[in-house]
Design a binder for this molecule. Structure first.
Ligand code: UFG
Length: 312
């Protein structure tokens, strides 16, 4: 039998699209997910082990019963607002559980990991577009927990030779071209699915969180990157680790920013439906503009987004 790539949180949004990409590339995949947020259907036909990374015995069993070559680690909580309300929940699931995972990897002699990081590690950016070498100063516990893991990875690399690629995602969006999987959070907090719900009449309106930012139309600007392009970057990161190259951190974005109002207008245009908009106060911890420079991953991993978003 073939050695497998273990995908934690593989039944979630970005995880399930990455599993689809790996399967397309003929990789042997094992998914671990506690199904608290993930969906069993999103990994139909794949080997799924249901369990929680906070459970050390469960983890040790996963590594002793399977021949695992590398890990792609998605499992985490991802809501900025909730992390401000309940930081310990985030430290526990995002940091403590990841330390358990790194310990289980070390004990089993697994030395390759691709880690889901985030633009939230930067906080209020110094530059637009943001470079990997820019200051990291998170403005919320969510970003802080991801940065804490990046730092733990650096020291585990030095001490134990655990090689990693940390991918700092900007705003994941879109769905698999099969239409079989997509974005499905509950409760939904992300802009694009909420706007689509409003267009479909499944919600009354969409709230704009702040219209007085220092941007051309006053609303926040984000860098939306297609989830299948993100998924492909994980495959390329895995190849880099297999080539025995050094650990690295890469931004992953589309390089172009769109405001909240622009995104709403696009959904109006695409669906042809009216969308009711309400002005609401700023959401705490939201930087005005987050746009990535993805030059480094383009150059070093030859990553090329297929679903390029362009302004017309
Ligand atoms: N927004 C609204 N109304 C809504 C929802 C969102 O105006 O109902 C705005 C937000 O204020 C923000 C933009 O739309 O300006 C995008 O918001 P999302 O919640 O969709 O995405 P975020 O940029 O807050 O968060 C995303 C990921 C996080 C990650 C963060 C930083 O979901 O996991 O990017 O990279 F931490």
């Amino acid at each position: 039998f073939k050695v497998a790539v273990l995908v934690t949180g593989g039944a979630g949004y970005i995880g399930s699209h990455t599993v689809a990409e790996l399967v397309e590339k003929n990789e042997e995949v094992i998914v671990v997910d506690n199904l608290e947020k993930g969906h069993r259907d999103a990994v139909a036909g794949q080997k799924l082990i249901v369990g929680d990374l906070r459970d050390k015995e469960f983890l040790a069993k996963v590594f002793s019963e399977n021949d695992i070559e590398a890990v792609i680690h998605f499992a985490a909580y991802i809501e900025v607002g909730e992390s401000v309300q309940n930081p310990l929940k985030y430290y526990n699931n995002n940091v403590v559980a990841t330390l358990n995972l790194l310990t289980a990897m070390k004990d089993a002699g697994v030395d390759k990991i691709v880690f889901s990081s985030t633009a939230a590690t930067y906080g209020e950016p110094e530059n637009v577009p943001i470079l990997e070498t820019d200051r990291t100063f998170p403005t919320n516990p969510y970003g802080e927990t991801k940065l804490a893991v990046e730092k733990a990875l650096k020291w585990c690399d030095r001490a134990y030779g655990t090689k990693y690629v940390a991918l700092r995602y900007f705003n994941a969006s879109g769905a698999h071209e099969s239409g079989e999987i997509g974005e499905d959070h509950s409760p939904e907090s992300h802009l694009i699915p909420l706007i689509i719900q409003a267009a479909l009449g499944k919600r009354e309106s969409i709230k704009i969180f702040g219209n007085d930012y220092n941007t051309p139309d006053g609303t926040c600007i984000r860098d939306y990157i297609h989830v299948s392009d993100l998924a492909n970057a994980h495959y390329l990161a895995l190849q880099r680790l297999r080539e025995g190259k050094e650990s690295e951190i890469y931004n992953l974005g589309n390089g172009k920013g769109f405001s909240v109002k622009e995104v709403i207008d696009v959904v109006r245009k695409v669906t042809g439906r009216p969308i009711k908009v309400e002005d609401a106060p700023r959401r705490p911890g939201d930087p005005a503009i987050l746009v990535a420079s993805s030059d480094k991953i383009r150059k070093e991993l030859n990553w090329q987004p297929r679903m390029l978003i362009s302004k017309r």
